[in-house]
Design a protein around this ligand. Structure first.
Ligand SMILES: *Cc1c(COP(=O)(O)O)cnc(C)c1O
Length: 451
């Protein structure tokens, strides 16, 4: 865990490297290489990249009016109806090509709402990808259910569908695939298994706004899809989230649950209430989001172009492999990952590689660690509640099963990634990234010996 960057650390590291560049303001002038430019910066060479990176998030003056309108209206909550929140819900659904969307206070609360509505209850089990941000399994724990981990495909970094069926028990209620880094999971086999075993599919698309799988957007492929509009994500509003789906019944139930259990649409609950909570989005958040569709589309295109360019260049460097996507799909890269093989860098440990990249002016870090060992799950399964819900035997074999997860350790040990804000820079900056890796590769023997 020590050398692994948490999301917040990562963003801070990336932000520290980003000077006053605006999101489209690239570096100017041609690449001028000094005589020792081919030497890594940690060995006294000139850094491959100077001039920083685009900041994230950016804001625009023309957005101020809409936010001020909300402020001056005195109507800051969606309670009572109308206003930017329902307007955003309609726009988000249309944008994704899905029937309904419900805005929530965060991606986490979107996931909790979805799990509740598909019937994940105390004592149930949910199959989830282990290579992920901890929210993906924290939300399962929140339902007092058990996050049962799939294997990871170390080439795509997503859930290995072939591992799902062996994890199904009579308590399994749902599958929670995570489109990690905005790279789509292979949803066809996942949905087929869910159908066969009558399980719900809740997609974690919190990093995957506009990612596509076989012509359809991530978050519209399962029963319910969950999005995040947290500050670091591709469509930021500080905090915020959404649930999307094709079923009016499910979305009515989601709306009820997130709005203190008040009856909505055809869903009457019991009398006019059902169990519920308050996960409502504020109008301020929706007013921001309504203005961001344009940006999201333009920025996604830039990230797509630059990531394709980088992936093509990375594939040519020995010891580096781009992460693979399922056929006919496109990633949007919340973080941009690649796979690092230390052996082909003369045994240069990944931590030294990322430090050398930092010295080149390219902030990057390890991806996710084996987070199921981070204590969160141990805390849960040792609680009185969990001990009431499962036999000591089941909890013991459950905990031991983490040691048999395939592909996950490999993914955790080989991924190097950097913030999407780097992908927003111009093409010459992408060349700088490739140059830096090539320099480090060429001098890896020397770097490996250096303390
Ligand atoms: C960000 C994120 C979440 C949670 O979203 P918040 O809006 O921060 O609550 C869930 N899952 C993944 C994979 C995420 O990256």
């Amino acid at each position: 865990m020590k050398n692994q960057l948490t999301r917040r650390n990562f963003i801070q590291t990336a932000a520290a490297g980003s000077a006053a560049l605006t999101w489209l303001g690239g570096r100017s002038g041609p690449n001028v290489f000094a005589a020792d430019a081919d030497k890594p910066a940690v060995l006294g060479g000139k850094p491959a990249h100077t001039g920083g990176w685009p900041k994230w998030p950016e804001w625009r003056q023309e957005w101020e009016a809409q936010v001020l309108d909300v402020l001056r209206s005195g109507k800051w909550s969606r309670a009572g109806g109308g206003g930017p929140v329902p307007e955003f819900e309609a726009a988000w659904a249309k944008f994704l090509g899905v029937k309904r969307a419900l805005a929530t206070s965060s991606g986490t609360t979107a996931l909790i709402t979805s799990l509740h509505v598909v019937g994940v209850d105390a004592g149930d089990e949910v199959i989830v990808s282990p290579f992920t941000f901890n929210a993906a399994y924290n939300v399962i724990l929140n339902q007092r259910a058990l996050p049962v981990f799939s294997d990871t495909d170390p080439a795509t970094l997503t859930m290995d569908p072939a591992s799902i069926e062996s994890r199904i028990t009579e308590r399994t209620k749902a599958i929670l695939p995570v489109h990690i880094y905005g790279m789509p999971c292979d949803m066809d086999p996942i949905n087929a298994i869910a159908k066969k075993h009558k399980l719900a599919v809740v997609e974690d698309a919190c990093q995957a706004n506009m990612a596509e799988y076989k012509g359809r957007k991530c978050g519209t492929l399962g029963d319910l899809g969950c999005f995040s509009f947290q500050n670091s994500k591709h469509m930021p509003a500080g905090e915020g989230g959404a649930v999307t789906g094709m079923s009016d019944d499910l979305l009515d139930r989601c709306h009820s649950y997130h709005n203190c259990g008040r009856a909505v649409g055809t869903f009457k609950g019991h009398g006019s209430f059902t169990r519920g909570t308050n996960y409502r989005m504020q109008h301020f958040q929706a007013a921001m989001l309504l203005q961001r569709f344009d940006c999201l589309q333009k920025e996604t295109q830039i990230r797509r172009d630059n990531s394709s360019y980088l992936n093509a260049g990375l594939a040519k460097i020995p010891g580096i492999a781009p992460a693979r996507l399922p056929e006919n799909s496109s990633g949007v890269y919340y973080l941009f990952p690649f796979l690092y093989d230390a052996q082909q860098f003369n045994g240069l440990p990944r931590a030294k590689f990322t430090r050398a990249m930092g010295a080149e002016g390219i902030p990057c870090g390890a991806g996710y660690g084996e987070q199921y060992n981070d204590g969160i799950i141990d805390e849960a399964i040792n609680s009185t509640g969990y001990k009431r819900l499962w036999s000591a035997d089941r909890l013991k074999t459950y905990r031991e099963s983490f040691n048999e997860l395939k592909g996950t350790k490999q993914a955790c040990e080989t991924v190097v990634c950097f913030s999407h804000s780097l992908l927003m820079a111009d093409r010459s900056a992408m060349d700088d990234i490739l140059t830096a890796i090539r320099k480090i590769h060429a001098h890896s023997a020397e770097l490996a010996k250096k303390a």
